[in-house]
Design a protein around this ligand. Structure first.
Ligand code: ARG
Length: 644
């Protein structure tokens, strides 16, 4: 069952009823995979480095999430109490400590199913009692679960069990906490700006969200191909090349990449001519044909234009620390003609006023695969991406990250892919269009970058964030920081702030780009998280012990309520990632880390670490918190700071 089909009910911040398929193993089949060793295949593709997956090669075993493990215990209880009825355990984290740590919510549902039958229980709480009575002995549950309301079963986890789990992670690495997947290979199509047009804030969003999804998959050991589906083909090139040919002194032959580097200007000039001058328009159209038929000079100029664009884009990727493989639309050119012919031959595509279109059940408009002038468009190319990624790349999970405005396009593409059979009916790959909302200016209006050279604007946004952070850090550290460290720290903080401010929103909603807010030291911001991490690092430094050595001998205990609350949040790392993957929502990660930082802050206010009699145990808890914090930051594409 594809995960997108799962029903997820939001019951409060951070708490989700995850219906049966997740727990029963559609994402992960605990019994089959959690003990399995995972080999990581580094992607090894042009310009890409395997980011966080490498640790997994060494990770001996993965442990299931706390929620999954508890659900397995309840599955046993449900089966032994009601052998005749097959249900999946519904186990969720509670949102109030007085309800315990987790709840099992099957009693009401089971009661409903048995109602009216012979010997049926009289009330849901009787069902709940029977489930509790049937629970197998388990070291993870602290005491006999209590009942609440109409039949909720409230579970408190054993502090000893939580500490042991944290302790093993300290010894074996955070890689053991990556949720296991049945998918081995994924393709994430993200960023994907257009050559010679603007790389606008929408592309920045796609870059940030896509990078986090790719990092998360890589962390889980999924071999992930990051694709930049750059718009590097289309009629605009005819206009650009023709304009260059007519205006450069040396014509096309003498033109260098340098000379075409002001692409915004070139684009504007040639577009103005194209719109105003019919003769130029005709020459531009002819230029498209010459380009498509493989004219060497035209192709060479096209290549130069792409290269100039690429230099601009790369400067942004480099700052953001994003690796991505450039595989533009032109990559698919060679297969488009035969692809459409096949669709026509098989009766999947049909004529519509001279164009060829594919109708998809329930959709009001068809997907155009060949224009009436014989040209191919965006839809045709995306049919080709589907086939190439499923058949050649062997992707079991395909993700396309674009603005929500393209949701309709992808519905058609996926629907047409199913009719075509490229998306097989049996064992289909998981396919998601990950849409996102607009970025608005502080005035609540859409940020328009068209007229001002958008790439330049993006660079300016990055610059401003960095400069502001430089100011803050300098104020704090005064002369006690070298120029290099200041530069490095302010980049991490500034770019991190932009990424975090984007990722913390539900991706489908629009959000306001606001520097003051994203750089706030005390809110749900990257800056706050980086401070929290640096604070932990300074505590660890202050204790002055080798944490790895301490972990080998000392015991971790969670006696104080603030320690217990923090410990519980630490071990919830794995299920947070599971939730993130259900609807591909990076804001689950920011919610998690925000709560983690807050609980750490309470712990630190209430519990002395250095010099206390629990020093070793608390040192280990600090270190574990820092590790999950760093890992979560890394999934968000943010480097940690150890000193601010
Ligand atoms: N270049 C497109 C745009 O700027 C995004 C491409 C997304 N990827 C895809 N396979 N269609 O909107």
């Amino acid at each position: 069952m594809p995960l997108v089909a799962l029903r997820i009910q939001q019951t409060g911040r951070q708490h989700y009823h995850v219906h049966s398929a997740l727990l029963s193993g559609s994402i992960c089949n605990p019994r089959r995979t959690w003990r399995g060793a995972h080999t990581v295949v580094a992607s090894g593709l042009g310009g890409m480095t395997p980011t966080d997956g490498a640790h997994l090669a060494a990770a001996a075993q993965r442990v299931p999430s706390v929620r999954t493990e508890l659900a397995a215990t309840f599955r046993t209880a449900l089966h032994s109490a009601f052998p005749a009825i097959s249900v999946e355990p519904i186990v969720v984290a509670t949102n109030q400590a007085r309800h315990g740590d987790y709840q099992c919510n099957n009693a009401m549902q089971l009661f409903g199913r048995m109602k009216g039958k012979e010997g049926a229980p009289k009330k849901p709480t009787d069902v709940a009692t029977a489930i509790v009575d049937a629970l197998p002995a388990s070291s993870m549950i602290a005491e006999r679960p209590t009942l609440a309301g109409p039949g909720f079963i409230n579970v408190k986890l054993s502090h000893g069990w939580i500490s042991e789990r944290i302790h093993s992670m300290l010894l074996q690495g955070i890689g053991t906490w990556a949720p296991p997947f049945k998918y081995k290979r994924a393709v994430v199509d993200f960023s994907s700006p257009n050559v010679a047009k603007e790389m606008h804030v929408g592309h920045l969003r796609s870059t940030i969200i896509g990078d986090t999804l790719a990092r998360s998959l890589e962390f889980c050991g999924v071999d992930t191909l990051r694709i930049n589906h750059v718009g590097d083909w289309g009629t605009q090139f005819g206009m650009l090349i023709q304009h260059i040919a007519e205006t450069r002194p040396g014509g096309l032959e003498g033109t260098t990449t340098e000379e075409v580097s002001d692409l915004q200007k070139l684009y504007k000039e040639s577009k103005a001519r194209f719109d105003a001058d019919e003769d130029f328009k005709a020459r531009a159209r002819a230029a498209v044909t010459r380009l498509q038929s493989g004219d060497t000079e035209f192709q060479e100029t096209w290549r130069r234009i792409c290269e100039a664009s690429r230099n601009e884009f790369d400067a942004i990727y480099q700052r953001l620390g994003v690796h991505i493989l450039w595989r533009g639309e032109s990559f698919y050119n060679p297969v488009l003609k035969s692809l459409v012919e096949e669709l026509i031959e098989r009766g999947i595509a049909e004529d519509s006023d001279g164009a060829q279109v594919v109708w998809v059940p329930k959709e009001k408009v068809p997907l155009m695969v060949r224009k009436s002038d014989g040209g191919f468009g965006y839809g045709t190319t995306d049919m080709a991406t589907l086939r190439q990624r499923i058949q050649d790349e062997k992707a079991e999970w395909l993700i396309y990250v674009t603005d929500e405005g393209q949701a309709g396009h992808f519905k058609l593409v996926f629907g047409a892919g199913r009719r075509w059979g490229t998306i097989p009916e049996e064992n289909p790959p998981r396919i998601d269009h990950v849409g996102f909302g607009l970025v608005l200016g502080a005035d609540g209006k859409r940020i328009r970058t068209r007229d001002m050279g958008a790439a330049t604007r993006l660079v300016e946004l990055l610059d401003e964030a960095k400069e502001r952070c430089k100011g803050t850090i300098k104020e704090r550290r005064g002369d006690d920081i070298s120029a290099e460290e200041l530069d490095e720290s302010s980049s991490i903080m500034g770019y991190g702030a932009i990424k975090y401010a984007d990722l913390k929103n539900n991706r489908k909603t629009d959000y306001k780009f606001n520097f003051d807010e994203m750089l706030n030291l005390n809110g749900n911001t990257a800056v706050y998280m980086l401070y929290a991490h640096a604070r932990i690092a300074s505590i660890v430094r202050k204790v002055g012990k080798d944490v790895n050595e301490v972990a080998k001998t000392a015991k971790l205990s969670l006696d104080h309520p603030a320690e217990a609350a923090l410990g519980l949040q630490v071990v919830r790392f794995t299920e947070t990632l599971e939730d993130m993957f259900i609807d591909l929502a990076p804001n689950r990660l920011t919610e998690y880390i925000y709560e983690l930082a807050n609980l750490f802050s309470t712990f630190y206010t209430e519990c002395k670490v250095a010099g206390s009699e629990n020093e070793d145990s608390r040192l280990l808890l600090c270190e574990a918190t820092a590790i999950v914090m760093r890992q979560t930051l890394s999934l968000l594409g943010i480097k940690p700071l150890y000193r601010i």
